[in-house]
Write a protein that binds this ligand. Structure first.
Ligand code: PHE
Length: 366
């Protein structure tokens, strides 16, 4: 009897000390399994005399009950501890925002070109394009720059080494002005187009890159004069910079393809140490910034393009798109535009869902 007592006490002590479910299961098999010591003891009851059985059975049954209860209690305790451990380790904070999915953004140059197309579409301009690999005639000659013209030297042109099959000298266009010629030759007059695109010059520093972007404007019609040019530029710049206090200064200048030629400056004022467009450029603390070249289309250019200069007149302008983007959106190093740095784009890029529209104001929402 006391042997049973001792074994039972040892078994229950081991059960209470079991530190995982596998160990507990091993202890259960050892005591209560088919070959377990309590099961074997129970089997011995069958061979006993009725008196012996009456004597022994209650103690063995009781031991079985106590061991079974101890196992059940320990099992519940271990399972509970396991649940607590998992609850503590597997945290899922449903109040956290969803992780950011990677997304692209619209480059400031594309954004500004979209804004310009939107503004000029509203003024009745359509968008024209021309090749970036251009020939010497469209890029220079037809724009009144003969082969010996000194202005050619100022363009830092990338020339192709060999002439093409038609003996044309090919080059990377140095400005968007050849699209003027192509449009006049292709569609005649009247014309109202803008031509945005890439241009190339052998030049590189913080404000010059070998490739950059320009947008050309060309209007050809009857009785077009400088007043039309000034109004168009004023309307365009007010819409683009989204301010009504944009002031322009027209300065006499020289381009071979316009006569007269006009350099256009825009007034700025200092606000918190920064130059902000707007205000009277001549007042103290204000100033002028050179923005674009323009003028009345030279008669010679109209003739080169096959139009009668006594019937048709027009104006043209050319402006740097990258420079417009820098002025409007506050970047100061042009080279970063073309580095393809994802961090720069994430900072200065625009949402693809933010389509510029005149009715909403062409600028991008913050
Ligand atoms: N093509 C000139 C440039 O690149 C700009 C310009 C265009 C000037 C049209 C007058 C008229 O500097």
């Amino acid at each position: 009897m006391s042997e049973l007592q001792t074994r039972k006490d040892q078994a229950i002590a081991a059960i209470d000390a079991a530190d995982n479910l596998d160990a507990l299961e091993a202890l259960r098999v050892e005591a209560l399994g088919k070959q377990g010591w309590i099961s074997l003891l129970l089997k011995t009851l069958g061979q006993m005399s009725p008196e012996e059985r009456q004597n022994q059975a209650p103690a063995i049954q009781a031991a079985r009950g106590e061991v079974a209860d101890a196992i059940a209690a320990r099992k519940a305790a271990l399972e509970n501890a396991e649940l607590e451990r998992r609850l503590a380790s597997e945290t899922l904070d449903l109040s956290l925002p969803a992780p950011q999915a990677p997304r692209g953004s619209v480059h400031p140059v594309s954004q500004v070109m979209d804004e310009l197309a939107e503004i000029f579409a509203d003024l009745g301009f359509s968008v024209a394009t021309g090749p970036e690999i251009e020939d010497d005639w469209h890029n220079f000659t037809a724009l009144n720059m003969a082969e010996t013209h000194p202005a050619r030297a100022m363009h830092d042109t990338f020339y192709f080494p060999d002439r093409d099959a038609e003996k044309r000298q090919m080059l990377l266009r140095t400005h968007t002005s050849p699209v003027q010629i192509r449009s006049m030759v292709a569609q005649g007059a009247p014309i109202r187009i803008i031509a945005p695109g890439r241009v190339y010059r052998s030049d590189s520093d913080a404000t010059h890159t070998p490739m950059f972007h320009q947008i050309e404007g060309l209007v050809i019609d009857r009785d077009i004069h400088l007043g039309h040019l000034k109004w168009t530029l004023e309307t365009f710049l007010k819409a683009f910079f989204e301010r009504d206090d944009i002031v322009l200064r027209l300065r006499p200048s020289y381009f071979p393809f316009t006569e007269p030629s006009v350099e256009v400056d825009v007034g700025w004022q200092a606000v918190n140490g920064r130059r902000v467009l707007g205000g009277d450029g001549d007042a103290p603390g204000h100033g002028w910034m050179e923005l674009l070249g323009s003028g009345m289309v030279n008669r010679r250019v109209l003739e080169f393009a096959g139009l009668d200069p006594d019937e048709w007149q027009g104006f043209a302008f050319g402006v740097g798109v990258d420079r417009l983007a820098m002025l409007k959106y506050g970047m100061d190093d042009l080279r970063a535009f073309f580095d393809g740095d994802a961090r720069w784009l994430a900072h200065y890029g625009f949402s693809a869902f933010d389509q510029p529209s005149i009715s909403a104001g062409v600028g991008a929402r913050a």
